[in-house]
Design a binder for this molecule. Structure first.
Ligand code: HEC
Length: 224
């Protein structure tokens, strides 16, 4: 037994560098070598990357070439959107309304719609193109998306009925709440450097979140 153990001990210095090299090789070889090691996966093709890379920014970056008019959008909207969102964007049941809500943001029950709340038209384009119609997402072409977004802008009194939305004019559409989002300023909002050395030993709790009991008790009045 002791002979075996001493052999193991003696052999350790010889194998340790080998194990290290093997592990380092695994880490350093990176994804490019994964195929060789496991025979799994393929590099993402340009078409696959394009399928994911669909975000649209406020300045219009990311928009595909295309255009659509309010009138074209109305036809698409009535067929593919109105049965949930209502003919004029007023919405059925608990589906979200797509118009209205002006001047309600500071009230107790704000009505947040693309017209009253969303700061950029690009977000409407991105969202509709990415996620609507609900249950059949990404079935609209670029032109259909331009058209239906033009119609949504029209429903919110932001463009005229002869308006044609294009890649070039989308960023110029000014949304009513564009100025409603801003960076908070003042000492309480300054980012603080995290303490990394010689920090205080004991953590002292200086306040607790108030426990808000949102479930009404039997017989208790409603909140309004
Ligand atoms: C089957 C019902 C249904 C249909 C059809 C539908 N939507 Fe929606 N829509 C929804 C639901 C549900 C949400 C909320 C989704 C969520 O919050 O995750 C929504 C959210 C939205 C929003 C965001 C609203 C907000 O202020 O948060 C927009 C814009 C929108 N839909 C546009 C459209 C357009 C344009 C079409 C037609 C091309 C369409 N929807 C078709 C159900 C539908």
């Amino acid at each position: 037994m002791s002979g075996w153990a001493s052999t193991m001990v003696r052999s350790r210095p010889a194998t340790a560098p080998l194990v290290f090299l093997l592990l380092a090789g695994l880490f350093l070889s990176g994804p490019a070598r994964a195929e060789q090691r496991y025979g799994l996966g393929t590099p993402a093709s340009e078409a696959e990357i394009a399928g994911w890379d669909i975000d649209v920014r406020p300045d219009g970056l990311g928009l595909p070439v295309g255009s659509g008019s309010v009138a074209e959008g109305e036809a698409i909207y009535l067929e593919r959107c109105a049965y949930c969102h209502g003919e004029f964007g007023e919405a059925f049941g608990r589906y979200p309304p797509l118009m209205g809500g002006e001047d309600t943001l500071a009230k107790q029950d704000p009505v947040k719609t693309i017209g009253s709340y969303w700061p950029y038209a690009s977000t409407v384009w991105d969202y509709v193109h990415r996620a609507m119609p609900f249950g059949d997402a990404q079935s609209l072409t670029a032109d259909e998306t331009y058209a239906v977004v033009a119609y949504l802008l029209y429903l919110n009194y932001l463009v005229e009925d002869d308006f044609v939305l294009t890649r070039d004019n989308l960023a110029e559409v000014e949304m009513p709440n564009a100025q409603g989002f801003f960076v908070m300023e003042g000492p309480e909002f300054e980012p603080r450097e995290p303490c990394m050395t010689d920090c205080k030993d004991a953590v002292e709790v200086i306040g607790r979140a108030r426990i808000i009991d949102v479930t009404p008790e039997d017989g208790a009045g409603s909140v309004d």
